[in-house]
Design a protein around this ligand. Structure first.
Ligand code: ASP
Length: 583
């Protein structure tokens, strides 16, 4: 038997018992007459003691131990004389009378401690060792518990978990596909699913009216902290539902997770904000509602006073930072430099200090009287002691810059605590978006249904149409999104037409789905949540990598297994592939 208990289990109540533990050597402390060794497994750490009561032979063997050796020990549980209240097992130690080295270890390339000396690259190369560390293991435990709770909730709501294939062809999400060559069908390729979108809709045609799957999706996109080429979705679809049914069902899931995982109860419904208002007040379709600081448009108020920057601007808007009127020159300069960075792209920053003595001081005093500045302050609801920050320029760019500035001020004012959660739904997304290639594309995907009352715009003013599409957002992070689908062949045709997708192209790409829709497709809709992201928001980290056992780096590489890699000529030949290296 390898163990009677695990390394995190023994307490004062076990004193006197003979136990066997197995695990890794965490640390060795040699005090001459006494030696302390800590042994670690997934559950915790226990202290072993070797002293005058330990058989000589065992003491000798203990002298040979090194970090990360895998050992099995047997001994008696003793009460410690100097207890360690920081360790769950800190009241006891084991007096060892038998020791077996199950496996030796080389010296690990970094310390297996909460605060390790290993840099990112090294830890990724030896991810299996990194995963021995507490903080990383805890992240995976969180992920596991969330997965279990998701299944529990959805099963309770009669959802069926059904797997869909990975070797498929293009899905409608519109990112770049990963492709897999087919040996049996020379010259042909599978695409890996960007999501199970078309399959879950087919399952609705098949009558599985509540489907879900915790499933890998693949998108060949440029990577960021919150993006991986393969990531996991909680993918869901329902039949005979409207948007309200879906929002209710999945608000239920979110509340269940908040309660079970974070111990937080939300009694009120989650706020809902339309896409238009999200853009107007927060400059983002994923607003961080942990704090207010809404945008206030000043365009109508500030023009015509010879201040060229405002006179030439399409949009002028401001935010009010509470109790910041004492910002120094240096702090204002920092903020100005912050918004002028290329990523933010503002030309400059106008400020108005609403001083505590009732006076106003601004960077545009030359153009605006105190009385005028007061009208701005009134518009923004700014009070004595507040600081107004104003940006101006092209509308979309300025809204975006103001969003970044708002989040920065939220950080500076400590309004974005990791333990505060502000979930919301963003609804009424536009159906279509006009892109740089000067054509419409589907804001969500081409199966998303327009709002019934907007269908009349399809042919004349498609850009005006709103969709039955929704996103779920927590703390400014898009956690999920979905839509009510088009299930009427005629409407789908009009949609493809608006998107400039010809009938041939539509039938080549999605013919199977359009065909299926001829055989009695029920009204349906769904949603998918980014599982890795949800874990990272609950865990309080910016990076989804921390919640993935074996993630890829920023260049899409797995540095541990060294992938992607070249394949040999034999394999290429089998696949009918030739590599052409560009000079
Ligand atoms: N398949 C969609 C996505 O991955 C989600 C959905 O519409 O259900 O974004």
């Amino acid at each position: 038997m390898y163990r009677t208990h695990n390394c995190g289990e023994l307490r004062i109540t076990h004193v006197g018992q003979k136990v066997t533990l197995s695990g890794w050597v965490q640390a060795i402390r040699d005090l001459g007459a006494m030696k302390f060794v800590t042994i670690r497994d997934r559950y915790g750490i226990t202290q072993l003691v070797f002293d005058e009561n330990t058989p000589e032979q065992i003491k000798k063997e203990a002298d040979e131990l090194g970090r990360e050796y895998v050992i099995k020990i047997t001994g008696a549980v003793l009460e410690r004389s100097s207890k360690n209240p920081k360790m769950p097992t800190g009241e006891i130690e084991i007096s060892v009378n038998n020791l077996e080295v199950l496996n030796k270890s080389e010296i690990p390339p970094f310390t297996i401690e909460d605060e390790t000396d290993g840099g990112d690259d090294l830890r990724m190369k030896y991810r299996y060792l990194d995963l021995r560390r507490n903080p990383v293991r805890k992240n995976l435990e969180l992920r596991h518990r969330m997965g279990q709770e998701i299944r529990k909730y959805l099963d309770g709501q009669k959802f069926m978990e059904i797997e869909t294939p990975y070797l498929i062809k293009s899905t409608p999400e519109g990112a770049r596909d990963f492709v897999v060559p087919s040996r049996m069908n020379p010259g042909e390729f599978y695409a890996l699913p960007q999501s199970p979108q078309t399959f879950k809709q087919l399952l609705m045609v098949s009558g599985f009216d509540r489907y879900f799957q915790i499933v890998k999706c693949f998108r060949d996109e440029d990577l960021r902290a919150d993006r991986q080429p393969e990531f996991t979705q909680i993918d869901c679809e329902m039949s005979f539902v409207n948007q309200e049914d879906i929002l209710q069902t999945f608000e239920g899931l979110a509340k269940h997770l908040f309660y079970e995982i974070k111990g937080i109860t939300f009694n009120e419904p989650f706020p809902r904000i339309t896409y238009d208002n999200a853009m107007k007040y927060y400059g983002s379709d994923k607003p961080d509602l942990r704090f207010e600081m809404k945008f206030v448009e000043l365009t109508h108020l500030v023009k015509g006073k010879n201040f060229q920057v405002f006179d030439n601007a399409e949009y002028i808007g401001g935010i009010c930072a509470k109790a910041c009127s004492d910002y120094s020159r240096k702090q204002i300069d920092e903020l100005t430099a912050f918004v002028q960075r290329p990523q933010v792209g503002a030309k400059g920053l106008v400020y108005v200090k609403c001083n505590t003595d009732g006076t106003f001081k601004s960077s545009v005093d030359k153009f605006y009287s105190e009385a005028e500045l007061k009208t701005w302050a009134d518009e923004l609801g700014a009070q004595q002691g507040d600081l107004i920050l104003v940006l101006a320029g092209n509308k979309d760019k300025t809204l975006n810059a103001l969003n970044i500035l708002r989040l920065e001020m939220g950080d500076r004012l400590g309004l974005r605590g990791k333990d505060t959660f502000a979930p919301c739904w963003v609804v009424d997304f536009p159906l279509l978006e006009w892109d740089d290639e000067k054509r419409f594309f589907a804001k969500h995907h081409p199966f998303t249904s327009p709002k019934t009352e907007d269908i009349e715009w399809f042919e004349n003013d498609p850009g005006k149409m709103r969709a039955n599409a929704y996103d779920f957002v927590i703390n400014g992070v898009e956690i999920g999104g979905g839509s009510i689908r088009i299930f009427n062949a005629d409407l789908q045709k009009r949609m493809f037409k608006a998107l400039g997708i010809s009938e041939e192209e539509a039938s080549e790409k999605f013919g199977f789905l359009l065909n299926a829709f001829k055989y009695g497709a029920p009204p349906h809709g769904g949603i998918a949540f980014g599982f890795d992201r949800w874990c990272s928001v609950f865990g309080g980290s910016e990076s989804i990598r921390d919640y993935i056992a074996f993630p890829k780096n920023n260049s899409g590489r797995d540095v541990m297994i060294d992938s992607p890699s070249e394949i040999d000529t034999k394999q290429l030949k089998e696949l009918n592939l030739k590599i052409v290296k560009e000079q």
